[in-house]
Design a protein around this ligand. Structure first.
Ligand code: NDP
Ligand code: 2IT
Length: 444
């Protein structure tokens, strides 16, 4: 058995009941075959693949808090510090009832290669809790966030580990966490990113993941002889990534016609009204039925179904494994040209294979959604130099980073004989830098 297959088997055996982590490891390691085969003796001696698939540490803790009725609630908190070969651990915090250690490990593992692709000095980590912010009062969210930091503060710091937002964690949650960290540690430092603008946040961080997704998609289309202007886009999700993907798509002259949340989805043939979507989701924190009620052209459907809509480009921006083989078949049958992942691992392995076999341009999440964490790293730079850059400055750096990511993954795919396979290209380009750093730093 080859080294890659041996390590995949070992990861599955050592981490039972963690299917998302297995999936992420398979996707990465299988596409690293060309580079592993070229360096097999060295990597085996270094146990490089065993080391890169084993987190530096996993922290799991109790998060007790008191709800508005005076009842004590208990959640579980996690932080997986996966790899800090090229910089402090960096990655978001997911607050969603589905969170478990396997999900946090898949996200942390992906983050290693994504962060490397940004070309900025950040290692990989991820955290979160099974707490559900939906339907909670601001006071309850604050109580949870303070309790979460009461334990997590021991393990994070501006030069150690810098958490940020993810599903369920936005500016409100980051604000409460930052306040509690400052209170406990008595230091004012860039320990979290995605902060409010009046206390160390970066302009354009809110927009960054969605905007970055579109910058990379635009470049990928351009380099394949296509223009994004005039294209119809299907988007899933209605959160931070989806909203700003829709906004930038419109600015680039494309027409996003769908969005979704966990209960249903919208088809709006006139194009999504971003101001209304923001009002419903960012201000009222309401369901998409409110969008449909306020807009004549919008059709609301229960359940899932975004990928059945005819589109030129599909942007999954909600959650993992939300685009399966049947969805991929529907997209291909409807003449879709490109899929770019705004979410982390939204496309199943079978669906990715089908899309690529059918010559759909496919940009994997670790490249396509790297604009969020890249701009987080720019926020860290601004915090370190105690300065704030203008929106235009941050946005132009973000655009350069995304264009650069596209060309790096394109070049790595070509170098190893897989031209146009951006999954192989992104994984190899992200991996090579981390591998070189790990080997140079010795066995640690
Ligand atoms: P938000 O919490 O802002 O929005 C998530 C959206 O996805 C909501 O519309 C939510 O619907 C929907 N959703 C979440 N879970 C499910 C589910 N299990 N089934 C169906 N719909 C679901 O999160 P973000 O927009 O920040 O994150 C979206 C994706 O992008 C995630 O995969 C995240 O890891 C990834 N990502 C985020 C980055 C960021 O900077 N925020 C950076 C890079 C990647 P509902 O409200 O009904 O739950
Ligand atoms: O998945 C991701 O890259 C994020 N949720 C953003 C992480 C960050 O540190 O900004």
């Amino acid at each position: 058995m080859g080294y890659v297959d041996e390590v995949i088997e070992r990861v599955i055996a050592k981490n039972p009941g963690e299917p998302e982590f297995h999936q992420a490891v398979k996707e990465v390691l299988e596409s690293l075959r060309p580079v592993v085969e070229a360096n097999e003796a060295l990597y085996r001696r270094e146990a490089l693949l065993e080391r890169i698939t084993e987190p530096d540490r996993q922290i799991k803790f109790r998060v007790p808090w008191v709800d508005d009725k005076g009842q004590v609630q208990v959640n579980t908190g996690y932080r997986v510090q996966f790899n800090n070969a090229i910089g402090p651990y960096k990655g978001g915090l997911r607050l969603h009832p589905s969170v478990n250690i396997g999900i946090i490990k898949f996200l942390g593992f992906e983050q290693i290669f994504k962060n490397s692709l940004t070309s900025l000095p950040i290692g990989g980590g991820k955290g979160g809790s099974d707490f559900d912010p939906k339907g909670k009062s601001d006071r309850e969210v604050m109580a949870f966030c303070q309790s979460f930091i009461n334990e997590l503060y021991k393990y994070i710091g501006a030069d150690e580990d810098v958490p940020a937002g993810d599903i369920g964690t936005g500016a409100r949650e980051i604000g409460y966490m930052f306040g509690q960290y400052k209170k406990i540690r008595g230091v004012y430092e860039g320990v979290l990113t995605g902060k409010g603008l009046s206390y160390g946040g970066s302009l354009a961080r809110t927009e960054a993941t969605g905007y970055g997704l579109l910058y990379l998609t635009e470049e990928m289309l351009k380099c394949n002889g296509l223009d994004i202007a005039g294209k119809t886009i299907a988007v899933s999700g209605a959160g931070n990534v989806a909203i700003y993907a829709i906004q930038k798509a419109q600015q680039l002259g494309a027409k996003p016609v769908t969005c979704s949340d966990s209960t249903g989805w919208i088809y709006d043939p006139e194009g999504i009204d971003v101001a209304l979507l923001k009002e419903v989701k960012e201000v009222k924190r309401a369901r998409l039925t409110e969008y449909a009620a306020a807009r004549k052209s919008a059709q609301y459907h229960e359940g899932r179904g975004v990928w059945t809509v005819k589109c030129d480009i599909a942007l999954p921006c909600a959650t993992q494994n939300e685009l399966d083989l049947d969805d991929a078949k529907a997209l291909v049958a409807n003449g879709c040209l490109a899929v770019a992942e705004g979410a982390n691992m939204p496309t199943t392995l079978e669906a990715t294979k089908y899309l690529q076999e059918n010559k759909i341009l496919f940009a994997p999440g670790k490249a396509a959604n790297a604009g969020g964490v890249a701009t987080s790293a720019l926020e860290m730079s601004q915090n370190s130099e105690r300065l704030s850059w203008s929106f235009e400055e941050v946005d132009s750096k973000l655009k350069d980073i995304m264009v650069n990511i596209f060309h790096n993954m394109d070049a790595a795919a070509k170098k190893y004989g897989h031209e146009g396979d951006y999954v192989v290209g992104a994984n190899i380009a992200g991996f090579e830098k981390v591998a070189t750093a790990m080997i140079a730093q010795g066995v640690c």
